[in-house]
Design a binder for this molecule. Structure first.
Ligand code: NAD
Ligand code: LMR
Length: 379
């Protein structure tokens, strides 16, 4: 199709959406194809664009709306600012049989992550476990996607990353850490896997972005203002404030969230030679693109895989995981509630969204339409 044809198609789709308001449900496949084409438009190979799209849309499918296609424009902004290499040479630069450092060559973490997971899984196959710290990467989306890649190999998977400094450690007025998530995926047999995947802060920054899109305040305990006082500001960073570690304040255990976020930062940044703490380059948050002078290279991640049969026969372990999961789910619950196991909510949403498609908020659709117009791609 010529440029004019593409322009007309994109414009028609825009008019249809806004005139009849009928196209707000999307299938995951539709979003994946659109995302792949956008990544190809900025120079990704077809295979890398496909992989990046699969990683990104896994968030939308799992109900993690903060970290899916809503962030696509952000990744393109990284490219526009010269921070994202569309054709990276992702390679091990230092290793032992079980450990190593990968240089992400300024690629997107959505691709660096799964490729590094393949390397840790290979190491685990050979020597029982594999651990790789990554330097010179960019934002990798949801940590859970990467950790879960180990499951089909009867391995426990782990993934973590450091991120833009938006978080004030306990008693700090300065933003020193990212929202630094941790994911651990553990296989079971009859039951679906245990997948814990969360930021080391009271909430991921993406949850603030959702509140901003909906024009809603933030719950108390998520952020502090410029003076270190509690705030319900859904845009605390713009106004000089900061996000709070898991626990929110010292009395409720923020020192532990601060500790967890620091462990992630040290494993991902200091161990690999990436930037760490306040030097981690910003992601795509509007207005925070300029990278502070670095102490390392790019953003850092940390990945691990452990072979279950390095500990005990895999079937025996997975049988006990089934038992663990069932017992926790059947714990007596408070009125009107049910005890869940990490991974349960996302799996339920994924089944629904695969069946019914998924809805996107208007500002997200608008950002996709703008990308579509720019690159002549129809959503
Ligand atoms: N790439 C980055 O820089 C970055 C930074 C921060 C967060 N993230 C991602 O953002 C996403 C959201 O993070 P978050 O901190 O907002 O997560 P969250 O607070 O929504 O917690 C999600 C986790 O809690 C579990 N869960 C939810 N309800 C539960 C219940 N009742 N019982 C037991 N478990 C339950 C879920 O299964 C999941 O493991 C994650 O996927 C994370 O990896 C990425
Ligand atoms: O947005 C970031 O800088 C990090 C992360 O994706 C988050 O939502 O907390």
């Amino acid at each position: 199709m010529g440029k004019l044809g593409k322009f007309l198609q994109t414009t028609l789709s825009f008019l249809q959406r806004h005139t009849f308001n009928v196209f707000l449900m999307f299938t995951a496949e539709q979003l994946k194809t659109f995302t792949q084409h956008i990544f190809q438009s900025i120079g990704f190979s077809e295979a890398d664009a496909q992989l990046a799209a699969k990683t990104l849309i896994s968030a939308d499918l799992r109900g993690v709306d903060s970290h899916g296609i809503a962030r696509l424009a952000g990744y393109v902004r990284l490219f526009d600012h010269g921070r994202l290499n569309p054709k990276p040479n992702i390679r091990i630069v230092h290793e032992t049989p079980s450990t190593g450092v990968v240089d992400g060559d300024a690629g997107v973490g959505l691709v660096v992550g799964p490729k590094t997971m393949e390397m840790v899984i290979e190491k685990a196959k050979n020597v029982g476990s594999g651990w790789i710290s990554v330097q010179n990467s960019n934002h990798f989306g949801i940590a859970g996607y990467h950790a879960m890649l180990a499951l089909e190999h009867d391995m426990i998977g782990m993934a973590m990353t450091n991120a833009a400094p938006l978080v004030a450690p306990t008693f700090s007025l300065e933003k020193m850490l990212g929202t630094n998530p941790i994911a651990v995926a553990v296989p079971a047999n009859e039951e679906p896997a245990f997948v814990a995947d969360f930021a080391s802060t009271a909430a991921a920054y993406g949850k603030f972005e959702i509140l901003q899109r909906k024009n809603l305040p933030a719950p108390l305990g998520w952020a502090q203002d410029a003076n270190g006082e509690v705030t319900t500001d859904a845009n605390p960073i713009k106004n000089g404030g900061a996000l709070l570690p898991l626990g929110s304040d010292r009395e409720h255990g923020s020192h532990k969230g601060y500790g967890l976020g620091s462990i992630v930062d040290i494993f991902s940044g200091v161990l690999s030679g990436a930037n760490y703490g306040p030097w981690v380059p910003p992601f795509a948050t509007a207005g925070f693109m300029a990278a502070a002078e670095g102490v390392g290279r790019g953003t850092g991640h940390f990945f691990g895989a452990m072979r279950i049969d390095g500990f005990r026969p895999a079937d025996e372990f997975k049988g006990h995981m089934d038992n663990w999961i069932r017992r926790f789910r059947s714990a007596q619950a408070v009125e009107g509630k049910q005890v869940l196991v990490p991974g349960d909510p996302e799996r339920e949403i994924e089944a629904e969204r695969l069946r019914d498609g998924l809805d996107l908020l208007d500002p997200v659709v608008k950002s996709l339409e703008e990308l579509g117009q720019r690159f002549g791609i129809t959503l």
